[in-house]
Design a protein around this ligand. Structure first.
Ligand SMILES: [Zn+2]
Length: 274
C-alpha cells in the first residue's frame, strides 16, 4: 500500500506537472469507486483547471477551479499515471482525464479499494476534518513529546498497529512501521505502557529518518507501487526489516523472523527487538 513517501512522491511530481492544466474530458471506465455518480463527476470536472495538488495523510487533494476539490486515496494498489494523449489504458484503468497540452492522467487500481471523490472546497475541508488526522511526521509541528502523550492515551495498545493508526502520526503503514520499529529496536507487540520515554523518542526519530530517506528514494515498490511517471521507487533495497524474514539482521546477524500482528505479517529481529 502506498504510504506517506509514495503518496508524497506522486504529489511532488503531479503538482508542478498539472498546475494550470485544463480538464478537457473525463472517461470513466469503472464507476463504483468515484463519487458523485459517473455523469455528475464527468460534467462537474470537465472544463475546470487543476490549480495544484496537496496532500493530507495519504489523501491527495486536487485543487480545481470552480470551487472544487477532488480527493484521491490510492488505498492498496491505486496509481496515478501521467501519460501522453492516446496511450492505451490497461484493464485496471478506471478513469482517464484528458488534459490540455496533449496529456492524460490515468487512475488505475487492480484491487479497486482506491477512491476519487469530487466535492466543493468546503465539503472537502469538512471531510478531512471529520477524519481527525493526526500530525504530519515531516512537519515541524510533529514533536516527540506530543507524540508520546498521544500514544500513551492507549496504554494497552500494541505499538505496531497503534503506529499505523493515523491518530498520533499519519502516513505510516506496514512497511514504514516495520522499518521504524527495527531502527528503534522495539518489538512490534510491545504495549505502549511498557515503552520508556527514551524508547518513544527513539521511535519518533526513527520514523522521521526512515520517511525522509524513503521520500528521497521516491518510495518503496514492494507492493507494486509506481510513481506518477510509471517508475518504481528506489527504497526497496534499503529496507532492513520489511520483506527480509529468514535473512540475517544487518545490525546483529541474527536470523529475522516473521510474525503476525493485527493480521499483518511483520518482520523483526528477535535479538535487537525485544
Ligand atoms: Zn538484530
Amino acid at each position: 500500500m502506498p504510504e506517506l513517501p509514495e503518496v508524497e512522491t506522486i504529489r511532488r511530481q503531479l503538482s508542478p506537472a498539472l498546475k494550470g492544466a485544463k480538464i478537457i474530458g473525463v472517461q470513466v471506465r469503472f464507476a463504483k469507486r468515484i463519487s458523485p455518480g459517473k455523469a455528475k463527476f464527468i460534467k462537474d470536472l470537465t472544463g475546470n483547471k487543476i490549480l495544484g495538488v496537496e496532500r493530507r495523510a495519504k489523501v491527495l487533494m486536487f485543487n480545481l477551479s470552480g470551487d472544487l476539490t477532488m480527493l484521491v486515496h490510492l488505498k492498496m494498489t491505486g496509481r496515478l499515471l501521467l501519460k501522453n494523449k492516446g496511450e492505451k489504458p490497461t484493464k485496471h484503468t478506471h478513469v482517464v482525464f484528458s488534459l490540455s497540452g496533449g496529456r492524460e492522467l490515468h487512475f488505475e487500481d487492480l484491487r479497486k479499494f482506491g477512491f476519487l471523490k469530487l466535492m466543493t472546497n468546503k465539503e472537502a475541508k469538512k471531510w478531512l476534518e471529520d477524519h481527525k488526522f493526526g500530525p504530519e511526521p515531516l512537519k515541524a509541528d510533529f514533536g516527540w513529546q506530543h507524540f508520546a502523550q498521544c500514544l500513551r492515551r492507549k496504554p494497552s495498545a500494541k505499538i505496531k498497529p497503534w503506529l499505523m493508526d493515523p491518530t498520533c502520526v499519519v502516513g505510516i503503514g506496514n512497511i514504514y512501521a516495520t522499518e521504524a520499529l527495527w531502527r528503534a529496536k522495539i518489538h512490534p507487540l510491545t504495549p505502549v505502557k511498557k515503552l520508556s520515554d527514551a524508547q518513544i523518542k527513539k521511535l519518533y526519530s526513527a520514523i522521521i529518518t526512515e520517511l525522509k530517506q524513503a521520500l528521497k528514494d521516491r518510495g518503496t515498490s514492494a507492493d507494486d507501487y509506481l510513481d506518477a511517471f510509471g517508475e518504481p521507487g528506489a527504497h526497496d533495497r534499503k529496507l532492513k526489516a520489511y520483506g527480509r524474514a529468514g535473512e540475517k539482521c544487518s545490525r546483529c546477524g541474527t536470523k529475522m523472523e516473521k510474525i503476525k500482528v493485527a493480521a499483518r505479517g511483520t518482520t523483526l529481529c528477535p535479538k535487537c527487538q525485544r
